[in-house]
Design a protein around this ligand. Sequence first.
Ligand code: C2O
Ligand code: CU
Length: 465
Amino acid sequence: MRITRRNFLGGMGAVGITGLIPELNGAQIIKSQRSIIAGPGRSMVMDSGNRLTDLWLYNGSLPGPEIRIKEGDHLDVHFLNKLKVPTTIHWHGIKVPNEMDGVAGLTQPAVEPGETFSYKFEVSEPGTFWYHAHTMGWEQVARGLYGPLIVEGIKDFKVDHDVTLMIDDWRLDKNGQIDETSMGNLHDWAHRGRLGNWLTVNGKSQFKKLVKINSRIRLRLINSSNARILKMELTGGVGFQVSLDGNPCNLKAISHFELAPAQRIDLMIDVGTEPLLLHDLSSREKVLASIIEPRLEFGEGLVEKNIPEITPLKSIPTNLANAIRLKVHMQGGAMGNLSKARFDGDEYSLRHLARVEKKVWAFNGVVGVYDHQLGEVPLGKMIILEVFNDTAWSHAMHLHGHDFWIRSSKQSNSNHIDIKRDTYLMDPKEKAEFIFLADNPGQWLLHCHMLEHMASGMGAVISVV
Ligand code: C2O
Ligand code: CU
C-alpha cells in the first residue's frame, strides 16, 4: 500500500489526514483530506509595532495553511465558515469542475456564517497555485483570506529546498491595523486599486529562510496583493524561471521580473554561501521582501546541479481558422473614454454609475460581473478572446477554468507565445488575443484581478456548453 507524505508545514495549525479509497478498476486513488476554517484571527503583520493585526484567516494562520499535494491526487476540503459574513473559496489556476470553482452567486451559493461546504476535485496538473476568498474578494483577500496550493509533479526536478513565498501588500494604519477608512474608496477603485504601504512575504516583513549551503532551491512566488504589480529584483544568485502561473516555460536566467496580482513564477536557483535577496522596486522606496540565507550548520545541498528537463511546451495550435472569436473591449476608470454604460439592463452616464452604484469599468459597454454574458461557446472549440485594454491603467486579466496562450501587440516577435498563463497583465492600450481550448464545461469568469476593479465592473462570464 502506498502511503504518501501529507504533512502540513510546521506551525500551520491544521490537521491533515490521508486516506486511500478504492477505485472501481482496482487501482487506488490517493485522497487528500483537509479541513479549512475561515474565521477572525490575528497576526504580527507590522513587526515594528507590538500589536497584532486583526485579520480574517484560514485556520488562524497567515497565509492560510499550505496545501501541498501530488499531481493526480484527489483533494477533499471540508470548509467551515466562522466569519460573520458569507464567503467561498476559489482555487486559483487549478482546473476544477465548475461547481467547485467557488464563485458565490455563479457556481455556488455563498457559504453563510456557521455553514459548511465540501470542495472535492482531482488535481491533474502540477504547479504553483493558490486559494482565496471569492465573495467580496476585494475586502476578504485584503483581510488575509488566502493560502498557497502547491501541486508537486511526478517529473519535477529534484531540489534541496522547495520554498513558497507568498507576497502581499497591506494598507495599515499607524497602529498596524487594517486601514479601514480606505476600504471601498472610490478614488482607488477608479485608479490602480487599493495599494498598500506595508509588504510581507508569508505574512512577515523581510521573511528569512535558512537553507543549506551549495543547495538547489525552487522558489515559488505568488502575488496575493489586491492591486500591486510587484517589480522584483533578485540579487546574490542567478534565478532561472521554470514556470509561470503553474505552466512550465523555457529555462531563462532572470534577475528582474514583474508579478501582477494573482500571478506566480517559479525560479530554480543554485546557491553557494552568499545570501539571496529579493527586493520589490514597485514603490518609490526599494523594499527588501525576503532573504534566503545559506548556513553552514545546515550542511550542504545533496541534489545534483544538472540542467533539469522541463516538459516541452505546447505551442499555439496553428490552425485557428475555425476558432470562435469574442471581443472584450475594456473601458472606464479615471482618465478613460467611457461616458455611459449599461448596468442592470439600462443605460446610465458614467457619472451616475460612479456616484450611485460605485461602478466605473465596463467590458463592451456593459458593467459586469456575473450578469454579463460575453458569449456561449461549444465545448471542445478553440476560442480567441480579442482583448483591448482601452483604459489608462494596467489590468491583470484572469480567466477561470482555463489557461490561455497570449498573442499581443506588446510582443515584437515571440517565443513569448508559447507561454500559457491564467492571469495576464495588460498594459494601457495593449491589444492581445487570449487563445484557449474550451474543454471545461460551465460558467467561467473573466475578470481583472485588481480586486477593486472587479468589484466596480471589470468582469464577465463565458459559458462553455
Ligand atoms: Cu483568483 Cu476570480 O480569481
Ligand atoms: Cu483592473
